[in-house]
Design a protein around this ligand. Structure first.
Ligand code: GAP
Length: 530
């Protein structure tokens, strides 16, 4: 959980040619820009309040975006609730009693250290400025390794090179020394030393280029608002910065009414709000976003076993979407929060590098015990097998819905040059997540073809999101569906009226096949089943 934990970053018809973009940072940046404009052009994501010049780090999902988002939610919910015997869902309110955030530690510790540059008047997160410097040194190490790999070929021993090359050792020593000092200073809340470190590392403002910094100060990330008409302190509420606390405070309700036996889990999908200062990278870091979280309650002493199980289960969930495993990696937290005894992130390779997509944390009994203390209510479980009463331990899996959306979008975006020299942009989204499952396209808008197409659509629309389109040439309609990731398009032509067959076109291969109308449902079901 950011703010409460400081992590030490360890360091068809056509044959086609694919462009491979993942070559250099500059190219990746270029691709990322294209993905953002594609997301807007095709109704996936819009800047919030755009006609009023936008609201920073807040986004709206358009007609295709909302479908993709709903499909991700459903895919997660099925895996985490529907397919599980011992996990149930809830939907708790965004507003909660303010003491909850005192008990959870968010009022006192959900802070970012901020620093301003006096010349540009820009505000930065001090930890991001410092970690960016670590990343620069790490890049230098990676470049040395790359050069040596080329020079020595098969004989190259990476471990030995990393342990002996003087330049690598020098950069590594810089990272080690500075990170030890930085994380130590953060732990001791020594913000003066954080500022000193920024000065000593000669970090400059990316806008003004100057080193004219203010002091570093802590800034709480929770948004607050007033309930009722009197503006007194007691009426100050927070917009929840995580959905997890809604689960903890409902633990007893669910356990009792659901007659749940430990081990069991409670899952929830919902909005969370954080007053992010460094809001960047499109929907990666937003001020209003959605989380899909699950708290799994276990017997004390078994939590590390469950932690390993959930690590594996969650990684497999990601891989089940058919995205190559090389795009994911675990990042173990070296430094743990006082209440956690294990924590790992699942990172995804976004166009701007590997970044956190999901967190899996062994949170001990911290949250339930703390709510017990602050509320004065007993929050325990009587374990009939052990004949013991205890406060359950918790394993949390917490994934950002918007980040998963961005991961899918950036992985799916593909530019292809076709054999006839033309180009297409195709979103190779997993079929189960695609906004529209099937385009229904009468070849021409006359001769009874639209009527027949609508008849077919009526047999499919109760089970699948399908879209009828009769405008423009068939080629243009195929391209539009490629651009939003529609896995199949069926074309209704004059032969359809004679023998009840259609052509079905596969998005990825662009192959077309003539099939009976009765087969469409079977093909869609096979491809889309989750
Ligand atoms: N309950 C634990 C928790 O909230 P976190 O690591 O702070 O942990 C969990 O957040 C996930 O929520 C992250 O892995 C990320 O996917 C997503 N997330 C966090 N802050 C976000 C933001 N500002 N914008 C979009 N997604 C965010």
């Amino acid at each position: 959980m950011r703010g409460l934990v400081y992590k030490v970053k360890a360091s068809g018809f056509y044959h086609m040619m694919h462009y491979h973009y993942l070559c250099s940072m500059a190219q990746n940046e270029e691709v990322f820009k294209k993905i953002i404009s594609h997301a807007k052009e095709y109704g996936f994501v819009f800047q919030s309040s755009e006609i009023y010049d936008g609201l920073s780090a807040v986004y709206d999902y358009g007609q295709n975006g909302v479908e993709l988002k709903n499909n991700i939610k459903q895919y997660w919910w099925k895996a985490m609730v529907q397919h599980q015997e011992n996990i149930v869902g809830i939907d708790s309110a965004i507003f909660m009693h303010p003491t909850i955030w005192k008990a959870s530690g968010h009022v006192d510790a959900f802070n970012d250290p901020l620093i301003d540059n006096k010349d540009s008047k820009k505000r930065y997160r001090a930890d991001v400025l410092i970690e960016d410097q670590f990343a620069k040194w790490q890049d230098k190490i990676d470049k040395e390794v790359e050069k040596a790999e080329k020079r020595f070929g098969e004989a190259f021993d990476k471990a030995q090179f990393l342990a002996t090359n003087p330049r690598v050792l020098e950069y590594q020593a810089k990272i080690d020394t500075a990170s030890k000092r930085f994380y130590g200073a953060m732990e001791n809340n020594d913000l003066a030393d954080v500022k000193k470190l920024i000065e000593e590392l000669e970090i400059v403002c990316p806008v003004s280029g100057s080193r004219n910094w203010t002091e570093v100060r802590q800034f709480n990330l929770m948004f607050s608002t007033q309930m009722g008409s009197v503006t007194e302190d007691s009426n100050t509420l927070y917009l929840r910065p995580e959905t997890a606390q809604g689960i903890f405070v409902n633990y007893l309700n669910v356990q009792k009414t659901g007659r749940m036996k430990i081990p069991f889990g409670i899952a929830q999908i919902g909005k969370a709000f954080r007053n992010e200062i460094v809001a960047r990278q499109f929907i990666f870091r937003m001020r209003e976003f959605e989380q899909m979280e699950m708290q799994f309650f276990v017997r004390p002493g078994t939590e590390l076993e469950w932690f390993e199980k959930w690590k594996e289960t969650r990684l497999n969930w990601h891989l089940s979407l058919g995205i190559p495993s090389a795009k994911y990696r675990f990042h173990k937290h070296e430094k743990l929060a006082h209440y956690a005894n294990a924590a790992v992130d699942i990172e995804f390779e976004f166009p701007f590098g590997f970044k956190e997509l999901e967190g899996i944390h062994s949170r001990t009994d911290f949250d339930l015990s703390s709510h017990q203390k602050f509320s004065g209510k007993k929050i325990t479980y009587f374990d009939p097998e052990l004949n013991e009463t205890y406060v359950p331990y918790v394993i949390e899996t917490s994934i950002g819905l918007d980040r998963t959306f961005l991961a899918m979008l950036s992985h799916a975006y593909t530019e292809e040059k076709l054999e006839d020299g033309s180009e297409r942009v195709v979103m190779k989204l997993p079929a189960v997540l695609a906004p529209i499952k099937c385009g229904i396209l009468p070849l021409v808008a006359k001769d009874g073809l639209p009527e027949k197409a609508r008849e077919i659509m009526d047999t499919l629309k109760y089970d699948y999101m399908v879209q009828f389109e009769e405008k423009d040439s068939i080629g243009k309609r195929y391209r539009r569906h490629d651009a939003i990731g529609t896995p199949y398009c069926i074309t209704i032509d004059h032969q359809t009226l004679e023998d009840n067959t259609v052509t079905i076109r596969d998005r990825d291969t662009m192959q077309q096949e003539r099939i009976s109308v009765d087969k469409i449902d079977e093909i869609l079901r096979k491809k889309i089943r989750s």
